[in-house]
Design a protein around this ligand. Structure first.
Ligand code: NI
Length: 169
């Protein structure tokens, strides 16, 4: 089911999401959440989506960088209860967000990230990510902690975002 994506500054987007509990894996509600997230992401043609963006405050996000995947082929990543280890080096990158339609801002991100997480079957996995996947993982992980692009930019860029959103509404 395609869900409505919450638009910043919706108060839910500032919530800290809760870990997924072991007993939730395999339930219809949980499987449907993951399916709904994929349907919603592909409907809007995005690269990543966090559960809170469709109003579910759980530590789940999905990423599909398509041909920009750092793996040889596109991978549909599901990250549940992820823990990130960030490489020290950073770079300013252009970044958008499905909850901030039409807005692209420069955000400083780490150039590489290691992730330990659980997949949708409850299996633990780990991986190293760079490029678009690495950037997207950092962006989506921010959503789990109630952080969005406007919280990652300077005052001038923040004011620009508010002005653009106001002009659209
Ligand atoms: Ni976003």
């Amino acid at each position: 089911v395609i869900k409505k994506i919450l638009i910043w500054p919706h108060p839910d987007l500032k919530k800290k999401s809760a870990p997924v509990l072991p007993e939730e894996f395999g339930t219809a509600a949980f499987n449907n959440l993951i399916l709904d997230m994929w349907e919603t992401l592909y409907d809007v043609g995005g690269v990543g989506l966090s559960a809170i963006q469709i109003g579910v405050p759980k530590r789940v996000f999905i990423v599909d960088a398509g041909k920009s995947s750092s793996r040889k082929a596109p991978v549909r990543w599901v990250f549940i209860n992820p823990v990130l280890s960030l490489k020290e080096e950073t770079a300013p990158l252009n970044e958008g967000c499905l909850s901030l339609p039409g807005i692209v801002e420069t955000v400083v991100r780490h150039t590489a990230v290691s992730v330990e997480a659980v997949d949708e079957t409850g299996e633990a996995f780990a991986g190293d990510f760079v490029g678009l996947e690495g950037q997207c993982i950092q962006h989506e992980h921010d959503h789990l902690d109630g952080i969005a692009i406007p919280d990652r930019v300077d005052q001038e860029a923040y004011a620009k975002i508010l002005k653009k959103l106001k002009a659209k509404s």
